[in-house]
Design a protein around this ligand. Structure first.
Ligand code: MLC
Ligand code: AMP
Length: 504
């Protein structure tokens, strides 16, 4: 095949006037329309001189054109780099610089801020607004609706997805064509997706979940998606009767359960509800079944690995577990010190290997070596165990990570900003339970002796440099942080102390 990812996900739909995207206003984008738009965008990039392997950074609202931008990059052999729309200019500067992006596609409202940054870093800027307008589609409109697909091999890079790290510096996870395609094909089979499926898509498309799991699976199966700009409970309830499947983070399911209009009658005709990106509480799983008769299918994945495990489609979907390793994925539980496999049933670090596992972090060989073993096993940073029936349980994390509403937040990034503020000696940022987001961010600040730092000014500083979802929901002053004998901050003690701050 000339370009396996493009051919298998997109090319197979060439010339089909079948629905691909159902938009909120009732408009339908057919496969043919979609591929035409993608080809036009690919032509724009080819004409501006982009070469296979160049990076295209995109911080754009969810729209059919934004998804076509992804397809265009695959078709033109470019590396797609989607970015959270909440990222600030500071955050974007790092991603553009680190990736060496040749083009930055952004919303028109951000152009004035981003243009000088991009110029300094040698990247061109195009705009793409949520309604599909902007310089990118203006140029695309004049282009042919066909494009000679650029040849690629399975091992070639298709996307960079940045993930934050424990040191506060984000790392670009390099995903190959094979990583994405193998996972999509496995999930289509495991979850029984077909061309009659209509997926209710309310996730963002700048992460693995909404972009690769939801969209690639739909494309590989030849189905369609109800393509909503975001999760809005009113719209989701209205559109549910036209859907057969839905994928979401746990917050989607707790919000639906919190609404009386979400009845058994409404949900029962659905074929499948899938959850992932954050732990689904066993109690949510049980309540969902009581309300709807459906058992949510929970699966476990990561940016670096795509999907690793899934509860079974036909067998028992066990609450509080993430099911079994997917076909082709090896999963082992090891001792964090020795790396040895632990006896069955014991808790240890989860390691995975398979065609789904990424190639490494862009230009960070030491970080890659620290997490991706030479034998191909990736150390996920999650802690788990395998029960006597083979179900994988995630019991915690070996990495200092907060997951809020399905978004990952690394405390170090926030601590670095807090520590710089006047009158601050040090800080500790922790995740505490939250009824809507699962976990939320709490910042604990230790003042320099005799000083009383201004917490409001501190929040303003955080707002300037970090995306909204990373902002602490509260800042607390504390005289000193609990430490162990090695001098390490004992965040577990802080998490325990403040666990009821937002619940109960
Ligand atoms: C929005 N806000 C958040 C937030 N999302 N704050 C913390 N955590 C979040 N996840 C901000 C908003 O900007 C707003 O700020 C305030 O919090 C309340 O917003 P809201 O209206 O309640 O939020 P909403 O827009 O409805 O978004 C919540 C959400 C959304 C859960 C629907 O965050 C979402 O779609 N999450 C999905 C994330 C995802 O796709 N993760 C997959 C990663 S891939 P203000 O200023 O108004 O107070 C991965 C691998 C895998 O993990 O396994 O899948
Ligand atoms: P990300 O880096 O955004 O891809 O997030 C990946 C992390 O999300 C994993 O390492 C897990 O910690 C967490 N995660 C994903 N799915 C699940 C799940 N079903 N249950 C618990 N944690 C999950």
């Amino acid at each position: 095949m000339a370009n396996p990812l493009f051919d298998r996900l997109f090319g197979i739909h060439a010339g089909k006037a079948t629905p691909f995207l159902h938009l909120p206003d009732g408009e339908i984008v057919t496969h043919q329309d979609f591929l035409g738009r993608a080809a036009q965008i690919a032509n724009v990039f080819a004409q501006t001189g982009l070469e296979p392997g160049d990076r295209v950074a995109a911080q754009v609202e969810k729209s059919p054109e934004a998804l076509a931008l992804y397809a265009a990059c695959v078709q033109a052999g470019l590396i797609f780099l989607p970015l959270n729309t909440a990222y600030t200019a500071d955050e974007l500067t790092y991603f553009i610089e680190n990736s060496g992006a040749s083009v930055v596609v952004c919303d028109g409202r951000r152009e004035a801020t981003l243009a000088p940054i991009a110029k300094r870093l040698g990247a061109a800027v195009e705009t793409l607004n949520g309604d599909g307008s902007g310089t990118l589609m203006d140029q695309a409109a004049a282009m042919p609706v066909a494009f000679a697909t650029v040849e690629r091999k399975g091992d070639d890079l298709a996307a960079f997805l940045y993930t934050s790290g424990t040191t506060g510096r984000s790392k670009g996870a390099m995903l190959t064509q094979d990583n994405l395609l193998s996972n999509a094909e496995t999930l289509v089979r495991e979850w029984r997706f077909t061309d009659s499926d209509v997926l209710l898509h309310a996730l963002p498309i700048f992460h693995t979940h909404g972009l690769f799991v939801a969209s690639n699976v739909t494309l590989a199966a030849g189905g369609s998606m109800i393509f909503l700009p975001k999760f809005d409970v009113d719209v989701v309830l209205e559109k549910l009767p036209q859907a057969t499947t839905m994928m979401g983070v746990p917050t989607f399911y707790t919000r639906l359960l919190g609404d009386d209009r979400f009845t058994r009658e409404l949900a029962e005709p659905m074929r499948l509800f899938i959850s992932g990106s954050a732990p689904l509480l066993a109690e949510t799983h049980v309540q969902f079944e009581q309300r709807t008769g459906h058992r949510i299918l929970e699966r476990y994945g990561m940016t670096e690995t795509n999907m690793n495990t899934s509860n079974p489609y036909d067998g028992e979907r066990r609450a509080g577990t993430v099911g079994f390793p997917l076909p082709g994925v090896e999963l082992k539980i090891t001792d964090a010190e020795s790396g040895e496999v632990l006896p069955q049933g014991e808790i240890g670090q989860i390691e995975v290997r398979g065609p789904n596992v990424f190639k490494g972090y862009w230009q960070m060989p030491e970080k890659t070596a620290a997490e991706l073993r030479e034998d191909g096993f990736f150390i996920t940073g999650d802690l788990g165990r395998i029960d006597e029936d083979g179900y994988v349980h995630i019991v915690g994390r070996n990495k200092d990570l907060i997951i809020s509403g399905g978004y990952n937040i690394y405390p170090k990034e926030i601590e670095l900003v807090l520590d710089e503020q006047p009158g601050v000696l040090e800080s500790a940022v922790i995740g505490v339970p939250h009824p809507d987001f699962g976990e939320t961010v709490l910042g604990i600040v230790v003042p320099v002796s005799g000083q009383s730092p201004d917490l409001e000014a501190m929040m303003v500083a955080v707002q300037q440099s970090l995306a909204r979802f990373k902002h602490p929901r509260k800042l607390i002053l504390l005289d000193e942080l609990p430490r162990n004998t090695m001098g390490k901050v004992q965040k577990n003690i802080l998490r325990e102390r403040y666990k009821d701050m937002f619940v109960g």
